[in-house]
Write a new protein. Structure first.
Lengths: 97, 478
């Protein structure tokens, strides 16, 4: 597989951000958003095509996990955390349903 | 055929339409049912607010105390911030993702050697074992799965001395160990072994000279924990390992709080036995492991007898789901090590600075030999338990979860030479991978406000403010 193009990487990043923000759980959502942002920033400077491809494949695998786990997170919900505004939740659930 | 087709089309359509309607109906019902929440704080809060609205009396009486005791921020959620990472950590979604397939299809017994169901789970178990061994530079054959760090500690503390009991009848440990090590050591005392409990200095560190003197020719085991669960102090493992190697005794370390969080290398540090827990590294609960060195071989009497799984040291069928979850958690600890350490350190510094900015507070334990994810702070002139009661929106603990049911002050802080009052007023803050900066800001603000409020209530605080030395007061007897 050739090294992924710029648009492929950007599309993957967008997908990861979208799925990470679908987590109902405050801690997990924030962690995966933070991880996606720092992770892509670190790999941005990669030059070696093999390393780029490796990072791309592992990010793709991560996206699969995020898709499944954010769906599970929506099925088993808990109260919102004390630092979480409730309004955001309403907009969030209406997006889903 | 021709006659059948037009007939079958109509009913078919009807059926399809009926199906469509029925499908829609069930879907609608499913959406109408409110999502079940597992905690009912939100509902309770709403009812409380309703009750207050209806009765003017409740609103007038004691509102200030209530407002301070439990901040009711309308427009925000009600679930407390989790800051008790030393008790347990939330399961990482990536760990759960690895575990799920063992409950949906991979149900083989990993010890079944005769069919593919057994082979496939066995392969996953061995992969997990490799991830766990890699994190501490061990060999995969040296990792024995147990039910948790408590079982691992018991296996080490009871197994090794029992095996060598004919010639060696002495164990060395410290006063600040976890309860399960202390209790296991006491049980060995009843079996006729001698146990030396080493003292620690005011920072919670052991004296290496004292350790060297405590080791006798008949000593078989030294057990010293890597990171303390209450104050987060890191013991000098490498130096201890060197002393144990020189004196030819086995070195066991309880690394439940350290594994994956500080750099550990069993060969470099001369560790012979090491207890590991899965649920402290974002893995599943009910899972742990013990590292048992093979060269030179550490022999021990197993506590559990049975089918001889795990090199005969821990019989019983493994739970492949828990093992795989543990393995994935260990892999993630390695993969995320630098990111996690940086994040935790940043938040820890912020929290420590914020809390110590309150007057008459002190950090417990050594500030230099310290795991940043565990911050233990004493708030003088405030009762720890009442502060915890006032902080219902933050999940904290005054010490170990095992002793949080009793009101006695922490024995760890006692061992550090802290008096009862200070031991009673200390609180442990645990920071982990999933803690956010926003949460830390909230915690600093909430603690500052409520410590101030509780002190305002206290007559002792008034005296302190007037400059009276509390120790000089002669309290009249009753």
């Amino acid at each position: 597989m050739p090294a992924p193009s710029r648009s492929q990487v950007l599309a993957l990043y967008k997908q990861i951000i979208k799925n990470a923000s679908n987590f109902n759980n405050y801690s997990y959502r924030n962690y995966f958003l933070r991880k996606a942002k720092t992770g892509f920033r670190v790999t941005r400077d990669l030059k070696d095509p093999e390393a780029v491809e490796e990072a791309f494949v592992s990010a793709q695998r991560e996206l699969g996990v995020l898709k499944r786990q954010s769906a599970i997170s929506q099925m088993y919900t808990f109260d919102k955390q004390v630092v979480e505004p409730l309004k955001e939740q309403k907009r969030h659930t209406s997006d889903v349903s | 055929m021709l006659r059948i087709i037009p007939r079958s089309i109509l009913p078919g359509q009807r059926v399809a339409r009926a199906f469509a309607i029925r499908k829609y109906a069930t879907a609608k019902v499913a959406f109408d049912v409110p999502l079940e929440t597992h905690t009912d704080l939100q509902q309770a809060n709403k009812e409380l607010a309703d009750a207050r609205d209806n009765s003017s009396e409740v609103v007038e009486s004691g509102t200030t105390a209530l407002k301070h005791a439990y901040q009711e921020n309308t427009g925000f959620g009600t679930r407390p911030i989790y800051l008790d990472m030393q008790a347990t950590t939330p399961t990482d979604p990536r760990v759960l993702d690895t575990m799920l397939k063992f409950y949906t299809g991979l149900y083989g017994n990993p010890h079944s050697n005769t069919h593919s169901y057994g082979w496939e789970t066995n392969k996953e178990v061995e992969t997990a074992r490799k991830h766990i061994a890699d994190l501490v530079n061990a060999d995969i054959k040296e990792i024995i799965f147990t039910s948790g760090a408590t079982e691992s500690n018991n296996t080490a503390l009871k197994g090794v001395p029992r095996f060598y009991k004919k010639t060696k009848k002495h164990i060395v440990t410290t006063r600040t160990e976890h309860k399960c090590v202390l209790e296991a050591a006491r049980a060995m005392k009843n079996e006729g072994f001698e146990v030396t409990f080493l003292n620690v200095n005011e920072f919670g560190l052991i004296d290496l000279k004292e350790l060297e003197d405590a080791i006798r020719p008949e000593t078989c085991l030294v057990s010293i924990m890597a990171v303390n669960n209450e104050i987060g102090v890191v013991q000098p493992l490498k130096e201890i390992g060197a002393i144990c190697k020189k004196k030819k005794v086995f070195f066991h370390t309880d690394a439940a709080q350290a594994y994956g969080k500080i750099p550990l290398d069993v060969n470099d540090m001369n560790i012979d036995l090491m207890s590991i827990s899965s649920h402290k590294i974002y893995g599943p609960k009910g899972m742990g492991a013990i590292y048992v060195r093979r060269r030179p071989r550490v022999r021990l009497d197993p506590i559990i007898s049975g089918g001889g799984q795990e090199r005969g040291l821990r019989s019983g069928t493994l739970a492949p789901s828990l093992v795989a979850g543990f393995g994935e958690a260990a892999r993630l600890m390695k993969q995320e090590y630098s990111a996690d350490t940086e994040h935790i350190k940043k938040l820890s510094e912020k929290l420590t600075k914020g809390l110590l900015a309150i007057e008459h507070t002190s950090l417990n334990g050594s500030p230099d030999h310290h795991y940043p994810g565990c911050v233990n702070v004493s708030f003088a002139y405030v009762e720890g338990e009442s502060l915890l009661m006032a902080l219902r929106d933050i999940a904290l603990s005054s010490g170990s979860a095992c002793t949080s049911a009793s009101l006695e002050p922490s024995y760890v802080l006692h061992a550090l030479g802290k008096d009862d009052a200070l031991a009673h007023s200390s609180i442990r803050f645990g920071i982990g991978r999933f803690t956010t900066e926003e949460e830390i800001d909230y915690v600093i603000k909430a603690i500052t406000e409520r410590v101030e409020f509780l002190r305002e209530l206290s007559p002792l605080w008034e005296m302190v403010k007037e400059g009276i030395d509390l120790n000089s007061i002669e309290w009249s007897g009753h």
